[in-house]
Each structure stands twice: as structure tokens, then as C-alpha cells.
Design a protein around this ligand. Sequence first.
Ligand code: ZN
Length: 213
Amino acid sequence: MSIKTEERELKCAVCRKTSAQTVVTEFDRDTSVPDLDMRPDEPHRSYIKYWVSKCPHCGYCNVSIDIPALFTREYLESANYNKFDDSLSGKFRKMALVCEKNKVYAEALKACLYAAWVHDDMNEDDEAAECRRAAIKIYDSHKAVLSDDPDIVLLCADIIRRSGDFNRVVREYKGKFWGSGLLSVIAAYEAELAEKGDAGCHKADEVPGVTVK
Ligand SMILES: [Zn+2]
């Protein structure tokens, strides 16, 4: 077994209608080495399609459609929400909008990152970079909240670098003080890659001195 799923009838928190949704019930722990942005390796990478659900009645996209929402159904009918399609990447972008409305900003940022991963897998570099820029926009818009979480700040070093904004990575991360030695070496590695103009994907165990089990 790598993953087990089942169909469940779930009630949408926005429109109150029920629909059959695929729910992950069990999965093996991921013991592989992730990328620097925590993207899992296969087979877990293929499971990201289970990280977003959509209500077929109102279009609500979230990790699960029964998660309460701080907005009404009208928002899901807006042009802003519907500028994204129902591809996996589009659903993650809708989830990002929903999470931002629900004021769970780290989840909103990560939903944009997951959308980028979908494009990474299809070698769609421009689209992936656009999703990463959307993630950074969320970071910049809610910095007062998000900059309190060192894991998110460090994650953004990778997102900014892979979107191609090398100067910003060097400016904000080179020589930055971190409470943790591990975060310091990863940040220094991100700054080093940025100085070389490297927007590529790197694995966590490439960081000098870091062992990933
Ligand atoms: Zn609904």
C-alpha cells in the first residue's frame, strides 16, 4: 500500500449540498528526500491531486469542501475566482483565493506553490514561475503574519529564487540571522544559488552539511 482512498458523501460548507468526494484514508509515510521547497518525490508527488477538492455545485475548492468559509457563495461566482479553470493547477489557485479569504495565509501561499508543482511536472516553466510569483504576492501582502514563521520565510527563499528574482534572495537572505543552524545553512545555500543565477530545482540533501533521513 502506498495510499488508500475512498469515496465519501461530504456536505459543502458554502452551498450546503452534498457530493461524492475522494478522501485519503491511509498513506505510507514519505521517507524520500524532498526538494528544497518540500515538494515530495514519487510516489507521494502523484498524491498532490488529493490535496484539493471541489464542490461540483458551487465550485468551492479547498482541502476538503466541508471546511467552513468566511465568505458567501457570491464570491465563488466572481470573475476573480473564475479566472482559474478546473485543471489541478487551477483548483489550487482557487484554493489559494479561498484560503486568503479564510485568513489562513500560509495555506494560501502553499496552495500557489502546489499549483507551481503541477506546472513543474509538465515542464511549463512560465506558468510555474507565475504561480510562484502569486505565492510571493501572498507573502508580501500578509508579511506581518507570515514573517513570524521561520519555515515560511525560508520556504519563500526557494520560491523567490525559482521565480527568477535572484537579487531579492541575495538581498533578503544572504547573511540573515536565524535562530537555528539548520535554517542558516539552507538560507545561505539559497543565497549562493541565487548569486549563481540558478533558478533550478534542488534537493534538500544538496545543502552542505545537511543530512536528510
Ligand atoms: Zn458547494
